[in-house]
Design a protein around this ligand. Structure first.
Ligand SMILES: Nc1nc2c(ncn2[C@@H]2O[C@H](COP(=O)(O)OP(=O)(O)O)[C@@H](O)[C@H]2O)c(=O)[nH]1
Ligand SMILES: [Mg+2]
Length: 286
């Protein structure tokens, strides 16, 4: 049953009672919107419901959709600085970094840009191989070294060669072994430092990939990455698998980082720009 169906089933009379507000709040929390977000949403809904009286249920649903889409933050990933631009793709293992990086490569290539991929996840040979396969399929250059190589060195090579070849954008993959937080943060800090030594902040953006299925844990992940390198935008992946997006609201509220893209499948074309209204409609349901 969708969230709206559950909320509606609790609404029996023609008035909102204190009990009902509490039950709705619980439902929003269970619907993975997060404790603080649920409180905020109910607060806003209470304000909007005149005299706690609401006969038109569809109107209530619309209000909910509006409140949530106002809380969701959309950002666009722009690079005002000179080329080459560098997009660092971050995130915990398995969230969909490499796949979505390939989708972005296709998108930029379609815009006529000369794209380079940097195999910065040097932890596993399979990760380097996966990126090379995408590169071949897309017909874009891939810069890689052997597994175990220093990711900062790989990304540095990609950037320097892109500068001399006058390429437009480097998409850099990274490893995301969050179980070793200290190593990860140190490794990323080094990558970040190397990039900043070569290009201006206006040519450099950091995109965090989070997996919809992760739920509110994605907020913690975002905090770690935001503290270590600072994030510009989020890509919400696997939206097709589960339309749960409360983490996105928490990340916007806590860190001020909005969503740029949504991954909607495993195919190379399964990428959309983030639409807060569509997002809110899906979270609430019909
Ligand atoms: N359903 C779905 N699966 C996805 C999406 N993005 C990635 N995946 C799958 O998630 C798995 C992990 O993806 P991968 O890019 O290797 O993750 P990484 O470890 O973060 O680089 C793969 O099986 C992908 O096909 C998406 O938007 N929707
Ligand atoms: Mg990967």
């Amino acid at each position: 049953m969708g969230l709206w169906q559950r909320l509606k089933s609790l609404f029996t009379g023609d008035h909102f009672t204190e009990d009902l507000w509490n039950e709705w709040e619980d439902q929003l929390i269970e619907g993975d919107l997060g404790y603080n977000n649920a409180k905020t949403i109910i607060e806003q809904l209470r304000k909007r419901s005149k005299e706690n009286r609401w006969k038109d249920q569809e109107q209530v649903r619309q209000e909910l959709v509006e409140i949530i889409s106002d809380m969701a933050q959309r950002v666009s990933l722009d690079f005002p600085g000179e080329t080459p631009h560098l997009l660092l793709v971050l995130g915990v293992n398995g969230v969909g970094k490499t796949t979505n990086l390939a989708k972005l490569a296709r998108l930029y290539k379609e815009q006529g840009k000369r794209v380079v991929l940097a195999a910065g996840d040097t932890f596993r040979a399979a990760a380097i191989e996966q990126l090379s396969v995408w590169g071949e399929r897309l017909g874009v250059r891939v810069v890689s070294q052997n597994s175990g190589a220093d990711p900062a060195a790989v990304i540095y090579d990609a950037l320097v060669s892109a500068q001399s070849r006058r390429e437009d954008i480097v998409l850099a993959d990274t490893a995301g072994r969050l179980h070793n937080k200290v190593n990860l943060v140190n490794e990323l800090a080094k990558v970040d430092k190397v990039i900043r030594s070569k290009i201006s902040p206006d040519s450099y953006r950091k995109l965090l990939v989070i997996d919809t299925v992760t739920g509110q844990n994605a907020v913690e992940q975002a905090e770690v990455f935001h503290r270590s390198v600072g994030l510009d935008a989020v890509l919400l992946s696997k939206w097709d698998a589960s339309a749960r997006g409360g983490a996105v609201l928490s990340i916007a509220q806590k860190l001020g980082v909005g969503v740029a893209f949504v991954g909607v499948g495993e195919k190379i074309t399964d990428l959309e720009t983030f639409d807060p209204r569509k997002f809110a409609q899906a979270v609430i349901g019909t």
